[in-house]
Design a protein around this ligand. Sequence first.
Ligand code: NDP
Length: 297
Amino acid sequence: MGMLIDGKKIAQQIREELKIEVARLQQEQGVTPGLAAVLIGDNPASKVYVNMKAKACDETGIFSEKILLPKETAQQDLMATIHELNRDDRVHGILIQLPLPEHIDERAVLQEVDPHKDVDGFHPVNLGKLLSAKFWNELPPFVPCTPAGVIKLIESTGTKIEGKNAVVVGRSVIVGKPVAMLLLAKQATVTVAHSRTTHLKEICRQADILVVAAGRPKLVTADDIQPGAIVIDVGTNRMPDGKLVGDVDFEAVKEVAGFITPVPGGVGPMTIAMLLKNTVEAAKGMAAMLDVVGTTS
Ligand code: NDP
């Protein structure tokens, strides 16, 4: 039977480390990292996510601000709110909770966020850095939170990614593509599968590392797994009985895989931990910039 990758525990460790770092930043540089979350409309799941993120900030010592806008908010008013946050010194990270209402152009909105405050890593500048892999040595290094968490979970197994066959199921800008780019940067041989992929099962069976982010319950079954593989299940699917399940048939796959993440308690907690980490990095980047220009006020 495979070993469970405990995302909740790993995320908690990261949060503890961040708490210490936040306290040090406050003491040594007088900077309190700040995150502003913008929520448009009343999508219940989005509300839950924003509240979870705000609570996680509070527990880490990060200043958090929730900006709640009605669902009929005009695009230009949303843009104006973002511009204000871009100028606000207390705010180091800006998060636009997705999905946005249909009348709003998501791409245009995400482009308005100052790339230095783009803690979700969705701004084209930061996505571009991901493509050119320069983010490894640049400040601030914003990598989208869920993909960054996926890499941490893989690395927690002690397995070297270099040279491994990695298969990513899903090619969204938020999860699949950045995960593939990160694995590539870590020297894996990467295959990206999607809804038009033929022979998905055979492709999955080639994987030493399999990351599934399709949003399809039980898409991946025990037959699709190379014995001993690392299986990271990003999927979150709410079943009619209210239960949350991933994209992987967990009970069967755990018997074949070497390592596997549960849902819930796998990737989800890591996403929030990485958001906090990006916010702290943003504050550090800002503090470093102010230092260069000779002021810390
Ligand atoms: P999208 O719907 O944007 O993308 C899904 C991807 O999966 C697409 O590329 C799609 O292919 C592919 N896909 C869909 N069906 C199949 C199939 N039958 N076979 C192969 N590929 C398929 O979703 P996201 O990337 O935003 O999210 C994916 C999952 O991860 C969701 O369940 C989401 O809830 C979850 N998630 C979890 C997070 C967490 O923190 N735990 C964070 C973000 C997402 P195509 O491109 O051809 O349409």
